[in-house]
Design a protein. Structure first.
Length: 502
């Protein structure tokens, strides 16, 4: 069987999705989850893009062991030097350099002729090889490039030392039949192609990213570039969970291929990416969506009750979706709570675990039953409560047909601050009161509130996107009271601004 390597670019291309942003700490947390998921390559970021991107790649490169850590760089000396510096302490570093090769990109974006593009590509690969042994070269917009030109540029960068050739369908233009033949043609016509691995990076503009990736595998691709939940630029990327589960489920068709992905961790990392990126998973999303294993039709319910395989081709527990019939309550001890969190993919340090347990007990006093999704909402909304920063001690809001007024009490490093404010509504008043205490540049860009589960007794999870002076930040808060949840979410985002931009 042939191993298909999984190159995860959630931290780079995934974070480029409009509105998606992660702090350095959040990127490291997700990188550790990707390491545990057993991906082969973690593309940690684009170091030249910003100091935050550089720092994220650097910390991930220093921390992750046993996985290749890649950094993206344009075909310029400055980008490559920056990527190399960020990767200098990586156990298995890879510089991923690229230049556009399609006629439209060369004419209008690069304003270069073919000869110049080839020259730049070869120089970039040779320069990258002076820093690392493992160099990946991407022909941006290969899907709309002329094949004879791709043959030429690939041959020359392979001669220059490239170890991986990436063929991106950058704008999701190809159909599966086309793309499969495209990869086959490159494999048959590039003179020295056997010296390298062939990678593909498919976008989902026409909803074909996964299908195109599979067509590439069938025609000789060795590596698939993808993201958790398929997040990424525009319509996103090929979805890691869909590709790996198709290869696993349809072994009758793909008996010659396998991946090393630990599929039992798919659901938990999917939910983590949803929280950290701020991108909600569609209910009908394949594999990880809320409705993926629900059956409402009487015919379907009858079939599943008699034999699950009548309507379920994947067992939910195979990807880590746990049976929620067992719930935790106020009589559950720390050990049961810790074991539950570990099964959900959360490995907390002792101090953080104790803080989360106390938050859990507080919620237990308000809810009769605390389900898995309630715990997940509590975790994602309360991860910052034990860290240095402002903490919510008290909130009181009056609304109705009167002018909304909010009174807020915050604490930081033993100091207590109290403020009140009026606003256009209870949330606006709450945020204005917080702003009076914390003097920080923060503009609310987006606000959503949802129930963590569909039962009457549940948590409300608030999520905000806030613009700081330099970047956007996601804040999450959870409570049985939606105003309190909203205050915690805003405070969560503001604390991130203070930590990242101070």
């Amino acid at each position: 069987m042939k191993k298909i390597e999984i190159f995860d670019t959630t931290l780079r291309d995934g974070e480029q999705a409009p509105g998606a942003t992660m702090t350095v700490k959040e990127k490291l947390e997700l990188a550790k989850s990707l390491e545990s998921l057993n991906v082969d390559v973690i593309e940690a970021g684009f170091p030249i893009a910003s100091p935050g991107d550089f720092e994220g790649v650097k910390i991930i490169a220093e921390t992750i062991k046993g996985r290749t850590v890649a950094a993206l760089a344009r075909a310029t000396r400055g980008d490559i030097e920056c990527a190399a510096k960020a990767l200098e302490n990586a156990e298995k570093p890879r510089i991923h350099t690229f230049i556009a090769t399609s006629p439209v990109h060369m004419e209008y974006k690069l304003r270069m002729d073919k000869e110049t593009v080839v020259k730049k590509a070869v120089e970039a690969v040779k320069f990258a090889k002076t820093f690392v042994e493992d160099v990946e070269f991407s022909a941006e917009d290969a899907g709309r490039s002329e094949l004879p030109f791709l043959y030429e540029i690939f041959e020359k960068v392979i001669d220059a030392g490239a170890t991986i050739i990436n063929v991106p369908d950058t704008v999701g233009y190809k159909t599966p039949k086309e793309f499969g033949e495209f990869i086959k043609s490159i494999k048959e016509n590039v003179r020295n192609i056997k010296k390298v691995k062939i990678s593909v990076h498919c976008h989902d503009d026409l909803g074909l990213a996964v299908a195109n990736s599979l067509a590439a595998i069938e025609n000789g691709a060795d590596q698939i570039e993808c993201t958790i939940n398929g997040i990424g630029e525009r319509a996103g990327n090929a979805s890691l969970e869909e590709i790996t589960m198709i290869l696993k489920t349809r072994q009758d068709l793909y008996k010659d291929f396998y991946t090393d992905i630990k599929i039992g961790q798919i659901y938990n990392i999917s939910k983590k990416v949803e929280s950290l990126s701020g991108f909600d998973i569609a209910k009908n999303k394949a594999i990880v969506g809320k409705n993926a294993f629900l059956h409402e039709s009487g015919i379907h319910q009858d079939g599943v009750l008699k034999e699950r395989s009548t309507y379920e081709i994947i067992k939910p527990e195979d990807i880590g979706r746990m049976d929620d019939n067992i719930v935790l309550g106020k009589h559950s001890g720390r050990h049961a709570f810790r074991v539950k969190l570990e099964k959900m993919g959360y490995l907390l340090e002792k101090e953080e675990l104790e803080n989360m347990y106390q938050n859990f007990l507080e919620i237990c006093d308000r809810l009769k039953q605390v389900k898995e999704e309630d715990i997940r909402g509590l975790l994602e909304g309360g991860r910052d409560t034990f860290e240095e920063g402002y903490k919510l001690l008290y909130i009181n809001v009056t609304s109705g047909n009167q002018i909304p007024n909010a009174v807020i009490k915050l604490e930081k490093e033993g100091e207590v601050y109290i403020e009140s404010a009026v606003g256009d509504g209870p949330i606006d008043a709450t945020y204005k009161a917080i702003n009076r205490i914390i003097n920080v540049e923060a503009t609310l860009l987006d606000y959503t509130i949802k129930a963590t589960s569909e039962t009457k007794e549940t948590l409300g999870e608030a999520r905000v996107r806030v613009k700081g002076e330099k970047h956007n930040y996601i804040g999450i808060g959870a409570s049985t009271d939606i105003i309190e949840a909203s205050a915690k979410a805003y405070l969560n985002a503001v604390n991130k601004i203070l930590r990242e931009e101070k």
